[in-house]
Design a protein around this ligand. Sequence first.
Ligand SMILES: [Zn+2]
Ligand SMILES: [Zn+2]
Length: 239
Amino acid sequence: MSNRTRDLRRLLARVLDVLMPQDCLVCGEAAEGCGVCAACLAEMPRRPPSACPVCALPGLDGGPCGQCLRQPPAYDATLALFDYVFPVDVLVLALKYRHQLSVATFLAAELRTLGEQIAADVDFILPMPLHARRLAERGFNQAVELARPLAREQALPMELACVRKLRDTPPQASLSREERLLSPAGAFRCDRALDGLHVLVVDDVMTTGATLDELARCLKAQGAARVTNLVVARTPAPA
Ligand SMILES: [Zn+2]
Ligand SMILES: [Zn+2]
């Protein structure tokens, strides 16, 4: 497909998205405005407040979990909105592979509900970088779509160019747990000095956290003082 055809198809999808009456993105019933009906919204798998503040997995009464105490990751904190289970998994896949703007709008609006938990000293928002090849394929970076409304509301700058993804790591879901933990080393490059800065990294899904850990390691190597992750969904703890 030529670039022009792809652009036209994307434009048409956007126009239809705006013109068509909204059905609930989960159950297909009529939904008012936000894309998900009230019944489905009430059932969304929100993360418990007792989660580990560092990795967002279940913790002990809001304190860091055993794993984070034993082997602290390079990032300092994680805010996660939902468990990565139905229907959040379906919504995220629709966002990523079908570029459903209504999904981006809904998830970005939900993400903004975590706004008051974002530390006041955050210096900028960094959407998880996408490898250039994947960006060309997909035509957009879903993390940017999620971060943009938040950046606007929080009056925070959004940095798009300071980190590049060097290696096109395979989708985390296609790897075994061991491979996932090993795969992202050396995957990012940052050329900007970040001395003393607090970076808020926005991503759609946190699986093992290995990619976010590697990105945080890269940011800390450039002098970042603190890295907080803000993700739409977190894979629940492995059984
Ligand atoms: Zn519904
Ligand atoms: Zn933890």
